[in-house]
Design a protein around this ligand. Structure first.
Ligand code: TLP
Length: 385
């Protein structure tokens, strides 16, 4: 396979439009590419996502020592422990360990809906834009997308878009919210707005799912426990493998009956992972210890936001940066995001565009405050040229 193709595939999902591809993945950079030395590659400051975090030494030790069994038989003690702890942390009856957040969202959608229904979500939502239309192919649904300021939906806006109960119209089967909202810049639902959506939806018999890939970031920003932030949702998915630093894994939470169904669909999708206690061992540390340090990522995002605000041609409002994700407009710099990313990569800073005009930076445990300052200097430099 030609190198360019390999690189483009690895950069998914930020490379869909041929003109905006980030063609340099430093891990695979060819000798003539501008990132030449191994040391330089290893020092790359990677702001592309919090998915790039590597397991901590403590996680690696726990993984090596994990007690395991066959999870398809329900016999992996470490997975069982993780599922119990997650359910307890969120005040739920049950939870299930899954290989990915995508699988968690899609299983929840499958359980809540019927073929031929509509799902209401914000138009930049992950389930709509980055899950390969699985809600259509697997659950037979379509999305009724709604624009929300900063990615946030409100009950009055949702209410207008719920299908009337007429037999010849597709019926609304589910509302799905995303908290924090990734592509809107890590924004956070206020507790009241999210609670109102759930209460009103329940009044008319509609379930509400939470794509809480980064719900611990939301909880830290709100200063509330995750159990409270997520209490009114019918189902909740959260990821262990983003800001919490585990190498693999997400959890789906809900009632006992809901999780029993989820177990069937996980197996049907090929997600019965046997001795995956080696992964759950890292997940337990992610769940118990890592939320405590997310505040640091939010502070670093603020440092970046305040620095970016000062750079001519860049548009960002630091007051809107509530967690660890920054989305900022670079159209005033005269560069598109492919050029911007390439020039940054030449300076050892990795980040990606979400479209031709908007860059995304994500802070996480593998980038320090100093790294953010170095990244800011690199951005200042490329914007001067
Ligand atoms: N997000 C990834 C990319 O897919 C965009 C990232 O780098 O941020 N929900 C939300 C809100 C997410 O941000 C993601 C991943 C998922 C679900 C899916 O999780 P995984 O990657 O575990 O399937």
């Amino acid at each position: 396979m030609p190198m360019r193709v390999v690189i483009e595939q690895l950069n998914y999902p930020f490379t869909r439009l041929p003109n905006y591809q980030i063609v340099m993945n430093p891990k695979l950079a060819q000798p003539e590419a501008s990132l030449t030395s191994k040391q330089k590659i290893e020092r790359a400051l990677d702001f592309r996502s919090d998915t790039v975090t590597r397991p901590t030494p403590e996680m690696r030790r726990a993984m090596a020592e994990a007690e395991v069994g066959d999870d398809v038989y329900g016999e992996d003690p470490t997975i069982n422990q993780l599922e119990e702890r997650a359910a307890k942390t969120f005040g739920r009856e049950a939870s299930i360990f899954l290989p990915s957040g995508t699988m968690g969202n899609q299983i929840a959608i499958k359980i809540h809906t019927h073929h031929g229904q509509e799902i209401i979500c914000e138009e930049r939502g992950h389930i709509f834009n980055y899950e390969m239309a699985t809600l259509a192919s697997f659950s037979g649904c379509i999305v009724r997308p709604i624009y929300g300021e900063d990615g946030m939906l409100t009950w009055p806006e949702i209410k207008k878009r719920i299908a009337p109960g007429i037999y010849y119209k597709a019926q609304t089967g589910l509302i799905s919210l995303e908290n924090t909202h990734n592509m809107a810049g890590g924004t956070v639902y206020s507790q009241d707005v999210a609670d109102e959506i759930c209460d009103q939806a329940h009044e008319i018999g509609l379930p509400v799912h939470l794509d809480g890939a980064r719900v611990f970031n939301a909880a830290v920003a709100l200063g509330r426990p995750v159990a409270q932030v997520t209490k009114k949702f019918d189902s909740v998915m959260f990821c262990l493998s983003k800001g919490l630093g585990a190498p693999v894994g997400s959890m789906l939470l809900g009632s006992k009956a809901f999780i029993e169904k989820a177990r069937i669909y996980r197996k049907a999708l090929g997600g019965g992972m046997r001795q995956a206690g080696v992964l759950a061992a890292a997940g337990l540390i992610a769940l118990e210890k890592m939320p405590l340090r997310l505040k640091e990522d939010h502070e670093n995002a603020q440092i970046l936001a305040r620095g970016l605000e000062q750079i001519p041609g860049i548009k960002i409002d630091p007051r809107k940066v509530a967690t660890n994700i920054l989305v900022f407009n670079i159209s005033g710099t005269g560069m598109n995001t492919a050029d911007f990313s390439r020039k940054l990569a030449e300076r050892n800073v990795l980040a990606a565009g979400i479209d031709p005009e908007n860059m995304r930076f994500v802070t996480h445990m593998d980038v320090s405050r100093e790294d953010c300052e170095v990244a800011l200097s690199a951005i200042q430099e490329i914007c001067r040229k």
